[in-house]
Design a protein around this ligand. Structure first.
Ligand SMILES: [Zn+2]
Length: 145
């Protein structure tokens, strides 16, 4: 597994919505924030707010913030993208779960991740591996049955 899946980031409450937000690396911000806003970023410890309706994308303890609208992945966030590396949307995976063929999708993502072919750190605005989200959805689905 690449190290994007094993790091456990610290969390901080979003100043806008109060959700618990995980820390992200500056390199994630530089890739996620649109031009020209990415030119004016103040380096620091930033956190990503994953709530799609919250206006804040990233915020730092020093009081700097980046609106979600300035993120390249804004549209994907609105569409509940599950896996930013391989372009898999949440409702597509939900459908696969119902049709009993979700495993092939998940196995593909696990295999690619194991081979170091994922790019969560840069593609996912949270900088986190998406595998946890697959497992979470699976659990939710099983609980509903
Ligand atoms: Zn928020």
């Amino acid at each position: 597994m690449s190290n994007c899946c094993s790091s456990s980031p610290i969390t901080q409450a979003c100043p806008q919505c109060g959700a618990a937000c995980k820390s992200v690396e500056m390199r994630t911000l530089y890739h996620q924030v649109r031009f020209p806003e990415n030119q004016g970023l103040t380096p620091g410890t930033y956190y990503f707010c994953s709530l799609k309706n919250c206006l804040i994308g990233y915020f730092s303890l020093a009081g700097n913030s980046v609106p979600k609208l300035h993120l390249r992945s804004y549209q994907e966030i609105q569409k509940d993208k599950l896996c930013y590396c391989f372009d898999i949307e949440a409702d597509l995976y939900q459908t696969a779960l119902r049709a009993n063929n979700a495993d092939s999708i998940k196995d593909f993502v696990i295999q690619r991740t194991k081979s170091g072919e994922c790019a969560c750190e840069l593609r996912n605005p949270s900088g986190q591996c998406c595998l946890a989200k697959f497992k979470h959805m699976e659990k939710e689905y099983t609980a509903q049955q």
